[in-house]
Design a protein around this ligand. Structure first.
Ligand SMILES: Nc1ncnc2c1ncn2[C@@H]1O[C@H](COP(=O)(O)OP(=O)(O)OP(=O)(O)O)[C@@H](O)[C@H]1O
Length: 795
């Protein structure tokens, strides 16, 4: 399996975008200095005089045509498809950057996108096979087409009104492959037939107008074209999958309404998981969280044996600046996905560089491999973390993510000669920062916060001036991620290299196990919880809080969850206050002072250590080594008084939440929701560990204990639809009416036991069986009857 990553920059959109706002440019690495690669450059958002450069297998600029992209990137894979290998093509990018245009394109011949061109090519080849074999070989083409919308799979051959709300299940079929159960497969013998089916199915795709795109795709659309070649008794089957991912989006820019926000959260979540998978694969982590979203399960990056081409779509203008950086970072990680076998690799055409196409080959990391045109990713031996230097004298490959400082030049006129910096192999690179004339703060794009390195070595600030290029790149990559963490909703990549201790990993795995295999809404809530936990373990409080917020609607009124969020918010608020007092910017912000004072260093250290260690005496400035941090994590876990408090009430998940404040979709008022238990004696309130592993495990167990049946029952009750409620066992029309009346009364009164929580739509939602039993005219027996009547239903 290999991934070829190419970038495509779309042209300006007329009427909305102007030349002056272009910030993304492209360059070709001078061939004589290095194996050629193509480059996307973008200014450092903090300092326009500096530029980040990202090297891709190919870069297509604004003038690139649909035909060029297809001929260079997709056409070479068709041959391999007919050899029996699977091919996956996907478009990734922020909303409105041209993914659908690239994949589907327009109706005019020149505007046709990758998908129709691919099919055209498949049919051409099929005819050739037929002709060459004089009819002995037969090729059949069939297609299925589905979308993943709000993490549910829907057949695009089915009109929306025929869909079941839960969507189609997916199951693993071995070899890292999954199958959508019950999907329609349509034979299509000609291009015309395909186009008819494709167009018809696209009508069913979920699209909406958003502020950023009038026809924004709100789902991931996956087209699978199955090719079956039969020669006598031998049958060869391969599949080409073309995926138009929904675009990630920053809701502050989209002005999305509630429905769009729900879609957006789901889109962002799946892309976030995709990013996590990519990162885990690239770091060779044992655990790759494929199962955390349907899209990643289906995509199974790095799992199958085929070829993958990822097209990274980019907008050239300033309004996308941080989003573009985020996408570039993601793509950079994607490129690091391992190659497990190299035989199955097409030779991409070395089309002469011309208008639109900057470069086409990928020699830069081939390390002397004879082929100039092989796929970019090398076998494991040559991968970045393969310990290459220990086993051979071969120089290390150039890092695929190259960042250089261009400070002395104005950002708008960056000459391509500067790219020479990126073209040095790591072992021989003399990077700008090594120049005695430069300080590290000049060379490293400044996100203001002291670097991790400086934080962990506060007594040796001078060292940073002599950082290796690797360290600087890693640092910058991390800083970019950090800066984006607070900005891009759920799409950020993990920004820490801290390995998790075995114990923490074990707990995460245990949590994940609980999530696995569950297709219910509850599972989705648990997934958010799991992600929140992962973020918290890594010290990414902002993201952790977001994930808890996303989990909350799945476990309405759960006190522990609310308390966790509350503690986390308190801690973030306190940190913000503390940081403000010292003139330090907030987490996730790029607006930070470049030269930290000693106090700032201290605050930063504390921030970093907070999620995992009990507070240390102020004089201790060094961050603890990672292993120790994990130990401390467990220490504090064991000692946390909150555990006792929580332990006592783990019996009743259905217990309604009755705080004195409103909880959904708004920041939690810390005072009102502050946990009733005392703070840890050794911590200040602000530093109290927001969550401990055992608490999380326990919480997950509790949350999981609201069974699908209970949830299903509550869902029916909350429809307030008499015709549905009356079908419940032991209810009947009159009782159903009484139940609906009771809910509506309480809703109007805005009071009554268990109803104080929430506002607006939250008010008048039955959140537990207990609450249901207390409704006028219901009672425990009726509730039991209703639940019992749901036995055997497919939930
Ligand atoms: N290479 C291109 N040439 C001409 N127009 C383009 C190009 N790329 C994108 N566009 C135009 O930009 C607009 C947005 O493109 P598109 O809908 O493909 O974005 P998207 O990334 O699929 O967005 P979303 O994720 O919201 O679905 C469309 O009007 C499209 O025609």
């Amino acid at each position: 399996m290999s991934i070829r990553v190419v970038a495509r920059i779309r042209p300006l959109l007329q009427a909305k975008e102007i030349e002056r706002d272009i910030i993304v440019d492209t360059a070709k690495l001078p061939a004589e200095k290095t194996d050629s690669k193509s480059v996307v450059r973008i200014p450092n958002p903090r300092n326009e005089a500096e530029a980040f450069s990202f090297v891709f297998n190919s870069v297509y600029d604004q003038e690139a045509t649909q035909a060029q992209l297809f001929e260079n990137e997709v056409s070479p894979t068709v041959k391999h498809l007919f050899k029996g290998f699977d091919v996956t093509l996907f478009a990734y990018g922020v909303t409105g950057t041209g993914k659908t245009h690239t994949m589907r394109g327009g109706k005019a011949l020149a505007e046709r996108g990758v998908i129709p061109r691919l099919l055209s090519s498949i049919y051409r080849r099929a005819r050739k096979v037929d002709k060459d074999s004089e009819g002995a070989s037969r090729v059949e083409v069939s297609m299925s087409y589905y979308e993943i919308y709000n993490d549910r799979v829907f057949d695009l051959f089915e009109p929306p009104e025929k869909r079941t709300p839960a969507g189609l299940p997916i199951r693993d079929i071995g070899n890292g492959k999954t199958q959508v159960v019950g999907l329609t497969e349509r034979p299509c013998t000609t291009l015309k037939e395909f186009e008819q089916l494709y167009d018809q199915a696209n009508v069913n795709r979920s699209t909406s107008a958003t502020k950023l795109n009038a026809h924004s795709s709100r789902s991931h659309a996956i087209l699978c074209v199955k090719i079956t070649q039969t020669t006598g008794d031998s049958v060869r089957v391969s599949t080409a999958s073309a995926i138009d991912l929904a675009g990630s989006e920053d809701n502050r820019r989209t002005d999305n309404n509630k429905d769009r926000m729900v879609e957006s959260a789901s889109i962002n979540k799946s892309l976030f998981v995709l990013a996590q998978c990519v990162e885990a694969i690239s770091k060779k982590q044992h655990r790759v969280p494929y199962r955390e979203s349907k899209m990643t399960r289906i995509l199974a990056l790095g799992q199958n044996n085929g070829l993958t081409v990822m097209i990274l779509n980019l907008a050239p203008v300033r309004s996308y600046h941080l989003d573009t950086l985020s996408s570039l970072n993601f793509a950079n990680r994607t490129k690091k996905i391992e190659v497990n076998e190299v035989e199955n690799q097409p030779f991409f055409r070395d089309v002469p560089s011309g208008k639109g196409k900057l470069d086409s080959d990928d020699k830069a990391i081939s390390l002397g491999a004879p082929s100039m045109h092989r796929q970019p990713l090398r076998p494991k031996l040559l991968s970045q973390k393969s310990g290459l230097q220990e086993v051979s004298n071969v120089p290390k490959p150039m890092k695929q993510f190259s960042v250089y400082s261009d400070k002395s030049k104005p950002a708008t006129s960056r000459p391509t000669t500067n790219m020479a910096n990126t073209s040095q192999s790591r072992s021989s690179a003399t990077v700008a920062v090594k120049s005695p004339k430069r300080t590290s703060s000049e060379a490293i794009p400044s996100f203001g916060r002291p670097s991790k390195i400086s934080r962990s070595n506060p007594t040796k600030p001078a060292q940073s001036a002599g950082l290796s290029k690797d360290a600087i790149e890693a640092l910058i990559e991390q800083k970019v991620s950090e800066a984006l963490a607070g900005r891009v909703d759920s799409t950020t990549l993990s920004n820490t290299d801290q390995p998790l201790s075995e114990e923490v990993q074990r707990r995460l795995n245990a949590l994940e196990k609980r999530v696995e295999g569950q297709e219910t809404e509850r599972a989705e809530g648990l997934q958010y919880l799991l992600m929140a936990k992962q973020h918290q373990v890594r010290g990414e409080d902002v993201s952790a809080l977001k994930m808890y917020q996303l989990a909350l609607p799945h476990f309405p009124g759960n006190e522990k969850l609310v308390r966790k969020m509350s503690v986390l918010q308190d801690r973030m608020a306190a940190r913000k206050d503390g940081a403000r007092g010292l003139g330090v910017a907030e987490e996730g912000s790029v607006k930070l002072s470049p030269k930290p004072t000693a106090e700032q260093v201290l605050v930063e250290e504390k921030e970093e250590a907070e999620p995992v260690v009990a507070p240390k005496p102020a004089s201790r400035r060094k961050a603890k080594p990672v292993e120790t941090l994990d130990d401390s994590y467990h220490d504090s876990d064991a000692a946390a008084p909150t555990a006792t408090d929580d332990d006592d009430d783990n019996s009743d998940m259905d217990k309604p939440y009755r705080p004195q404040t409103k909880i959904r979709h708004r920041p939690i008022t810390s005072k009102l929701l502050r946990p009733s238990h005392p703070a840890h004696p050794n911590t200040t309130n602000n530093d109290a560990p927001a969550a401990t592993s055992s608490e999380d495990d326990e919480l997950a167990t509790e949350l999981a204990s609201q069974t699908p049946r209970t949830k299903h029952l509550l869902r029916i009750i909350n429809t307030k639809d008499v015709s549905k409620i009356k079908l419940l066992r032991g209810v009947g029309p009159k009782k159903a009416e009484r139940i609906v009346d009771a809910i509506c009364d309480l809703e109007e009164e805005g009071g009554g036991e268990g109803w104080e929580r929430g506002d607006g739509e939250d008010r008048g939602v039955v959140v537990s069986l207990r609450q249901l039993g207390k409704l006028r005219g219901v009672g425990v027996r009726t509730v039991e009857g209703m639940r019992a009547g749901l036995v055997g239903l497919a939930l």
